[in-house]
Write a protein that binds this ligand. Structure first.
Ligand code: SF4
Length: 256
């Protein structure tokens, strides 16, 4: 069972597995998910809208509305959240005013919640765009998706929109400093936790040199019936394999 879309521009603060008390900022429309991926594990279900509506300005929350909403939340929330996190109903960096919104949110954080850190959960597909890459780099904690090391896995697992390649994503991520990589692993016929992919994924990580890799598995609902969670033991083994390559990684699982 997948979960419903976020119904507001802000949500939470939620107790995030990876960030602690985090105020989500949803720059996506409230009525549909827009994403350049169609991951087999997406908690919001299958992607119905890839690119075709991106140019329709009326779909997106207006910049002024986003700024006012975040401002009001920060003025009233006590205590302040630990993180202000761009996330929500799809890929946040697709918002037409994303670059300016990053500046606005950093400004609001400085004014009203100086102790909070800014973050993004991104699928990395816009990272080839220099201005978006620079905006993401302005955030304290850019958390960028890389689930696959080879193109075959990428096409089956993340199901990108036409024209998006794994090679371009890895190139863009390699140009970022201090990036955190997020990788969600699943077993099964449509999963990514198989030997060839793991080896290729580690090779890609070596090119990127991330500050940290966050490893986790299925937790919420997901649309594919061809995947299932990876055990914590296997994820810890993978973490140890990364340590041998001097790549710092952490496993996040919810205790059951
Ligand atoms: S990138 Fe995120 S929002 Fe987009 S399909 Fe994958 S899990 Fe869903």
């Amino acid at each position: 069972m997948t979960i419903p879309l976020q119904r507001g521009i802000i949500y939470g603060p939620v107790n995030s597995r990876r960030l602690g008390r985090s105020l989500g900022i949803n720059l996506l429309p409230l009525s549909l998910k827009i994403c350049t991926f169609n991951c087999v594990y997406c908690q919001y279900g299958w992607t119905r809208v890839h690119h075709q509506k991106l140019a329709d300005e009326d779909l997106w929350p207006k910049m002024k509305t986003v700024v006012e909403t975040v401002k009001q939340a920060l003025q009233t929330l006590q205590p302040a959240p630990a993180y202000l996190t761009f996330s929500g109903n799809g890929e946040p960096s697709l918002h037409p005013a994303f670059v300016q919104l990053v500046e606005e949110v950093i400004h609001l954080r400085n004014l009203y919640a100086a102790s909070a850190r800014t973050a993004i959960l991104s699928n990395s597909t816009t990272i080839f765009n220099k201005s978006i890459r620079e905006a993401i780099a302005r955030l304290d904690v850019p958390i960028m998706k890389l689930d696959c090391g080879d193109e075959k896995c990428f096409q089956t697992y993340n199901r990108p929109s036409q024209g998006i390649t794994l090679a371009a994503i890895v190139r863009g991520l390699s140009e970022m400093k201090n990036v955190t990589i997020q990788s969600l692993f699943s077993e099964g016929a449509e999963g990514n936790f198989y030997s060839e992919n793991l080896t290729a994924w580690i090779e890609q990580l070596k090119k990127i040199s991330p500050r940290q890799v966050q490893i986790y598995t299925l937790d919420r609902g997901y649309p594919s019936d061809q995947i299932f969670p990876v055990t914590k033991e296997k994820l810890l083994e993978l973490r140890d394999r990364l340590a041998q390559e001097n790549i710092r990684a952490e496993v996040f699982t919810r205790e059951r």
